[in-house]
Design a protein around this ligand. Structure first.
Ligand SMILES: [Zn+2]
Length: 676
């Protein structure tokens, strides 16, 4: 993204996320904007005026979208001359000056009609200002107000809308009037921010005042569209919870309030002091715990402390760890482990040539960069936390917040904060990950017992293919009905260590708990529904002659898989990846024929239908049992959203249980005692 808001939200578990604007370093001082804006959604007319104050310095370029033809900029009583600029914008050159330049602004024009059919990706790509009486969204990046790109700024903004409409921009609400003559609100963004997004609609506002950790009142609001009223109180509860959590964890919330704003299109954006979510997204039951916390936290990381331009964006990985992953950690140790395996699985899907050092991530532009900026960064930060301990990790973050709020921070600034808190140098641990690509393949090459002077020792030989990484490799030793933990420091391509052992182990398990950022081996990650979704070779086998049933299976397959699977007769053998669908008895008989009957199956008590993944002889298999067409359709509806699951069952038209099979970490047998 160019200048503009900080953060985009992650919705539904696939990467609709993130770009953080490249705000310039503090440099020559903040720009100051004072705007009065009126928007008429019925006519889609935008009108603005105000003053742009630019600190003393060299010539600057002021930019505005070319659609606002009626634009006038004046400085020192004389008009500035507009010239066409890139991307359909118009630009004005503001001459250099050794005193503050006050530029008078006036502009007007018509914006696009809101297209409710746009999905989130469209909204991201089009980046157009759009308005209707159902809702309006003027993205900062669309150039809807005159601004100097890439320069942080403070602003005050007065917004006027016709009666029945309400609206907002990020920042503190100073004043508000809402009556038969229309709506007026004044906002103040007193710190250096990176752009103004404007939202309006026929909102019903629900407000609650809570007290911040530092004793300040915080104004929490929902700006909801008709039909969402019942959800307002729950959302305000959750916002209050998240704010309390992060204030205690990091430091005081920097603004006067937080708003959850509904969008008529299925979108999800995070900005300072608010999140803008599609009405359908707001209805999803898990959003309050997951995406909402992520967006609230971006007020500290992303919109509060900004990533230093060109130095790598660390904010998404840290927010993923402290919001999304934190939710899973609070749920259970097993849920947290599943989350880590999910990250490692995504990281394993990253082709070597598309991998990069974490500093190379600035914004999500494709799936590969998403994996680097979110999962890989979060996993490294988790390893760092394991390395220096939670206390030092959190203390470093608190100190970063104290020293860098509303300023840019680079990975070096984070490293210094953690080094200071931990009292040790982290250069050799962090630098290779930041500067260079690499996802280590780690192996326990051999494990054997040797005689030591005071008893048997376990001699371990470990290797990795990224010798620049310093890895603390967690191991579990098992034997004689016992198991115990060990850790081996792996520096360089290989190491050999002798461990004193309390009993004779039979085998050594590598990274059983999935805490090491490494490339998973083949077959190590449990099979999940998504394995089949993305497999372009998949075939469809339907074990029912009934026409309605077969049609439902076909429709489900076309919706679920990236490529429509070929219809194949339901007979053995299974010579490739397959979606196998049928009534339970027929399906189990078929799995028996192809030798898959012994694989795990979900608990079936009371299930109307179920889906589960298997490791087939020639690729992933997704088995689905449903006795009739109605049960099959009820399972088909949620299935595309459950790609990260290994199995699920439905009952009464709803998913009643789901889960992920255990992973299979690499096991190395211990060889017998050797005499030396
Ligand atoms: Zn984010």
């Amino acid at each position: 993204m160019r200048a503009g808001r900080a953060v985009r939200i992650l919705v539904l578990g696939f990467g609709l996320a993130a770009s953080v604007a490249a705000a310039a370093a503090t440099g020559p001082g903040a720009i100051d904007l004072d705007l009065r804006v009126s928007l008429d959604p019925a006519a889609r007319q935008l009108r603005g005026e105000g003053v742009l104050r630019v600190p003393p310095g060299p010539a600057e370029t002021v930019v505005l979208d070319g659609r606002y033809r009626d634009a006038r900029l004046q400085w020192g009583g004389a008009p500035l001359r507009a010239a066409p600029a890139a991307a359909g914008h118009q630009a004005w050159t503001l001459p250099a000056s050794d005193s503050t330049r006050e530029v008078a602004l006036a502009w007007a024009g018509q914006v696009e009609a809101l297209d409710r059919n746009l999905d989130h990706r469209d909204t991201l790509e089009h980046n157009l200002p759009a308005s209707s009486e159902d809702g309006s969204f003027l993205p900062a990046d669309s150039g809807w107000y005159p601004a100097i790109p890439e320069r942080p700024m403070r602003y005050r903004l007065e917004l006027r809308l016709p009666a029945g409409q309400r609206g907002l921009v990020p920042g503190n609400l100073l004043e508000e009037r809402d009556d038969a003559t229309g709506y007026m609100a004044r906002f103040d963004f007193p710190r250096e921010g990176v752009g103004i997004d404007l939202m309006a609609g026929p909102y019903q506002i629900t407000e609650r005042i809570v007290t911040s950790l530092s004793g300040r009142p915080l104004r929490l609001r929902t700006w909801f569209l008709p039909g969402l009223e019942n959800l307002a109180a729950g959302y305000l509860d959750s916002v209050a919870d998240h704010l309390r959590t992060y204030e205690r964890w990091i430091g005081p919330y920097p603004l006067d309030g937080f708003s959850v704003v509904a969008s008529p299109t299925p979108t999800g954006f995070g900005m300072a002091s608010l999140t803008y979510l599609g009405a359908d997204v707001i209805r999803l039951p898990f959003i309050r715990a997951t995406s909402l916390g992520h967006e609230v936290l971006h007020n500290w990381w992303g919109n509060g402390v900004r990533p230093a331009p060109g130095r790598g964006n660390w904010t998404e990985g840290l927010t993923t760890l402290m919001a999304d992953y934190h939710v899973r950690e609070r749920e259970s140790a097993e849920a947290a482990r599943e989350a880590r395996i999910g990250w490692l699985r995504d990281i394993a899907a990253l082709p070597q040539e598309r991998d990069a050092g974490l500093e190379a991530f600035t914004a999500r532009t494709h799936a590969a960069s998403h994996i680097i900026g979110y999962q890989k960064t979060a996993m490294l930060l988790l390893m760092l936390r394991d390395h220096i301990g939670r206390e030092a990790f959190d203390a470093g973050l608190r100190s970063l917040w104290r020293t860098h709020a509303f300023r840019p921070a680079s990975w070096d600034d984070l490293r210094q904060a953690w080094e200071h808190a931990a009292g040790r140098d982290l250069g050799s641990f962090l630098e290779p990950w930041l500067r260079r690509p690499g996802i280590p393949t780690v192996r326990v090459e051999s494990a054997r017992l040797v005689h030591g002077t005071s008893g048997p020792l376990l001699r371990l030989h470990l290797s990795q293919d990224t010798p620049d990484r310093v890895l603390r490799v967690p191991l579990v030793l098992r034997g004689g009905g016992r198991s115990w933990d060990a850790e081996v420091l792996l520096e360089g391509a290989a190491t050999t260590v002798d461990l004193a052992v309390p009993a004779i182990p039979d085998e050594v398990v590598l990274d059983q708990d999935a805490r090491l950022l490494r490339r998973l081996g083949p077959g190590e990650a449990p099979p999940i529904v998504r394995d089949l979704m993305v497999d372009l070779r998949a075939s469809l086998r339907v074990l029912s002659p009934e026409a309605g049933y077969r049609r439902a299976a076909r429709e489900m397959a076309d919706r679920l898989l990236d490529a429509p699977p070929e219809d194949r007769p339901a007979v053995a053998p299974l010579d490739g990846p397959a979606l196998v669908v049928g009534p339970r008895a027929a399906l189990l008989a078929f799995l028996g024929q192809v030798g898959l009957e012994a694989q795990p199956q979900p608990d079936t008590d009371g299930a109307a239908a179920m889906a589960w993944t298997l490791r087939g002889p020639a690729g992933p298999v997704l088995a689905i049992t449903a006795e009739d067409e109605a049960d099959l359709r009820a399972l088909a509806r949620p299935l595309p959203h459950l790609g990260r699951q290994s199995w699920l069952v439905t009952q009464g038209g709803r998913v009643s249980a789901k889960g992920v099979w255990p992973s299979r970490p690499p096991v190395t047998p211990v060889q017998a005692v050797q005499f030396e």
